[in-house]
Design a protein around this ligand. Structure first.
Ligand code: NAD
Ligand code: APR
Length: 237
């Protein structure tokens, strides 16, 4: 086994409080595109035209088309081995919490319970006007809110919106008391999720297929695919 794999498995076995931060790179092996890789969403769509409150208010057709496409694209996707390993590690007490930027719900689907969805969930829907919850089929069929006639939207955090207060504050407290933080499949481009790894005094590990400017100050950097790296580490814990 590569030395870095051995080191991570040792740190994982010896840690008392481990928190994981995941991004879109955790789900690309489930065939869900990420955002900033060469085949990511933001290569042929400018996020500011679809993933913003402005798009929701002033360009609803494009907003609706983008999120409908993502919802339908998710239908035939399932969590991969890497998601299952994180659930197994939670049940074995190796990790205490996952903070995710992903909206696909795959950590819950794989069996993790202590998950904080920093950017909400694409499986929830609400009225933009009265905030009452709505059904997926009402959103997909472009129905208006049945209570007030307002526009429906998925429960994801758009650029310009605040993160869900509970998810953010709970995640922060986990990172602060962690002696090990493992960051998987995120470019760390987007604030404020990108600040979480710096909140710990513990050891920090970055698992990603590419290394960029944002992750120079990690204690351990493992270049590779999330699922593949985690399978190797799992064989040693
Ligand atoms: P922000 O202004 O802090 O982040 C903007 C980031 O978005 C930039 O750092 C850049 O990396 C990225 N970005 C903007 N335009 C881009 C482009 N054309 N191509 C590639 N990347 C681009 O975002 P914010 O307004 O503070 O957002 C608040 C929160 O909402 C953030 O945590 C963000 O992650 C989240 N968010 C969620 C979604 C979603 O679909 N779930 C989409 C956007 C933002
Ligand atoms: N294994 C490991 N890393 C991977 C894999 C993989 N199989 N596939 C892709 N990656 C890496 C990419 O190289 C990239 O560095 O994961 C990272 C994904 O980064 P982004 O596409 O920027 O996704 P993310 O960091 O989650 O974006 C943050 O931006 O648009 C907003 O709200 C949206 O939550 C998203 C936020």
């Amino acid at each position: 086994y590569a030395p870095k794999i051995v080191t991570l498995s040792t740190w994982l076995k010896n840690s008392t409080h481990t928190t994981v931060l995941t991004g879109a790179g955790m789900s690309t092996e489930s065939n869900i595109p990420d955002f900033r890789s060469k085949e990511g969403w933001w290569n042929n769509i400018d996020p500011r035209t679809v993933a913003t409150t402005d798009a929701l208010r002033n360009n609803y057709d494009l907003f609706h088309e983008f999120y409908s496409m993502r919802i339908n694209g998710l239908r035939e996707c399932t969590p991969h081995k890497g998601h299952e390993i994180l659930a197994d590690w939670e049940h074995k007490g190796h990790i205490q919490a996952i903070a995710t930027q992903n909206v696909d719900g795959f950590h819950y689907a794989a069996g993790n319970e202590n998950v904080y969805e920093l950017h909400g969930s694409i499986h929830k829907f609400r009225c933009e006007n009265c905030a009452k919850s709505a059904e997926e089929e009402d959103f997909l069929s472009k129905s208006n809110c049945k209570y007030c006639g307002g526009k429906l939207r998925p429960g994801v955090v758009l650029f310009g919106e605040m993160l869900p207060e509970g998810s953010w504050s709970e995640s922060l407290s986990h990172f602060r008391k962690s002696d090990l933080v493992i960051v998987i499949g995120t470019s760390l481009e987007v604030y404020p999720a990108s600040q979480l790894p710096q909140m710990t005094n513990g050891k920090t590990v970055y698992i990603n297929v590419e290394v960029n400017a944002h992750n120079h100050n990690f204690d351990l950097i493992i270049e590779g695919k999330a699922g593949e790296v985690m399978k190797l580490v799992d064989e040693l814990v």
